[in-house]
Unconditional design. Structure first.
Lengths: 129, 129, 129, 129
DNA sequence: GTGGTCTAGACCACA
DNA sequence: GTGGTCTAGACCACA
C-alpha cells in the first residue's frame, strides 16, 4: 500500500498517516489481521520520525482500527463487531456531514448530485458484509 | 442567528466561526445580501478577540461566501452563479467524502444508511434553486 | 500543589504526573475551573521535557479531567455531570479491585480491615456532593 | 484454572500472568501447596515464550506467592503466616487505593458505593481464616 | 527486534 | 504567550 504525505499540508503528518491507513482498511488495501509495517520501518520509508508514526499508531489503536501486540507489532483490527455503528460515531458523522453538505449546497450541488458522489466512493470500498 | 463556540475544541475558534456562518448561509438562517455583524460587534458578543473574527471573515471572503464592503461591512454573497460546482470544490469534496465514508464503512454504515443521513441533512438546507 | 516525580519508577513520568493531578483534583488541592500551570512552566518546575507534560495533559484531557483552551491553557474540568459513574469506569474499577483485593486477602487483610483503609482514604478526599 | 491473556493489552504478558495467578490463589482456584504447571507446559498452553512464564514465576516467587523447588517445580505457597499484613504491602496498598479512590470520587462513586463494590469482590474470595 | 518513553531543541498556528 | 507538532537521537522493557 502506497502512502504519500504532504509536508506542507495543514493536516499534521500523524493525522495524514492515520487517515490514509483508515482509507486503506476501508478500501481493502489493508486486510483485517494484516500486519502493518513496524514503526521504525514506516518512519524510514516515509522519511519521517518514529515518534510521528508512533503517534499515528497510538491514535489508530485508541480508535480501535488497529491492535498493537508487543510481540508482533501492529495489526489491522477491523472486526466489524467492535466498531459497528456506535452512536458516538454516528453523532460525529452527522456533524461532519452538516458542514460538508452546507458547503456543497452553496456550491450548487443538490441531493442527487451529492448522492452520486457518495455512491462512487462507496464503490471503491470493500464490502465486508 | 445563534453562534456557539467551544473554547476547548480541537477546531480553532476562527474555523468554528467560519463553519457556523457557512452552515447559517446554507440553512437560510443568513440570507443572501444579509448584513453580518461588524467584526467588533461579533467579537464582543462572543467574548473573543477581534483578530479571531477578522480571520474568519477574511477566510469567508476569500472563499467567496461573503463580500466585504468598506462602507457597509460584510454581507452574505451567495449568488449561486459565483460558486456553482467549481471543479476545485468538487475535488476537495471528494477527498473529504473518501475519508468520511471510509470511517463510516468500517463502522458498519452501508451506502443506504449513509444516504439516509445525507438526505436528513439536505432537508435542513434551503432550496435556492 | 506539590508534585514529585520518581525518575526511577516503573511508572512513566507522564503517567505519574497524570496520577498526581487526578489525586490533586479529588482531594481538592486543585479546584474545579482552576488553571493548571502552562506546559512550559510545569516542565521547567519539574525539570522534565515539555513533551512529557504535554502527553500527561493530553491524556487528562482525553479522560475528561481537564479542559484545554488555546487561549488560557489547561483548566480542571471536573463537572461531576460529565464523568459521573460511567459503566465503563465502573467496569475498569472492578477489575482493579479484584487484583488489589486478591493481594490484600493473601496478605491477611480482611473485608473490615480493607474497608477501614478505604474510609481513611475517602476522608482525605473532598466531598463535592 | 483458565488463564486468558490479552496480547494487545498495555499490561505486559508476564504481569497479566502473575496477576491471574494471584487472583487464582486468592479465590481458591489454586490451593495452598498446589503444584503449578511447569514453565514449559504453561508456555505451550498459552502459546507464549517460556521466558515470559519464567519471568512471571520468578516475580511470584520473589513476592512470596509461590515457592520453587527444583525437584517438584512451582507450588502455591500461601501460608498466611508468611505474608500477613506486612507494612510494606500495606504501604503499597494505600498508595494504590489513593489513586483508585481519587478516580472513583471524581466519577461520583461515594464511600458507600465503593464499599459495596469491595464487598462483592471479597465475597468471591476464599476465607482462609 | 518490537513498541514505549524521554530529551533538547526547534518551529508553527492560534489568540 | 499558549499548546501542538516534529525531528534526531537515545535508552529501556518486553518477548
Amino acid at each position: 500500500m502506497v502512502i504519500s504525505l504532504k509536508l506542507d499540508s495543514d493536516t499534521p503528518l500523524y493525522e495524514q498517516l492515520r487517515n490514509q491507513i483508515v482509507i486503506g482498511i476501508a478500501t481493502g488495501k489493508l486486510l483485517p489481521q494484516e500486519k502493518l509495517p513496524t514503526v521504525r520501518q514506516l518512519a524510514e520509508d516515509l522519511g519521517i520520525n518514529t515518534m510521528t508514526v508512533n503517534k499515528a499508531y497510538a491514535l489508530l489503536k485508541q480508535e480501535g482500527y488497529i491492535v498493537i501486540d508487543r510481540r508482533h507489532g501492529a495489526k489491522v483490527n477491523w472486526q466489524p463487531a467492535d466498531l459497528t455503528d456506535s452512536t458516538e460515531h454516528t453523532a460525529k458523522l452527522e456533524q461532519k456531514l452538516e458542514l460538508i453538505i452546507a458547503e456543497a449546497v452553496i456550491h450548487g450541488i443538490d441531493n442527487e448530485h451529492f448522492h452520486k458522489l457518495c455512491e462512487q466512493t462507496y464503490e471503491k470500498m470493500n464490502d465486508y458484509h
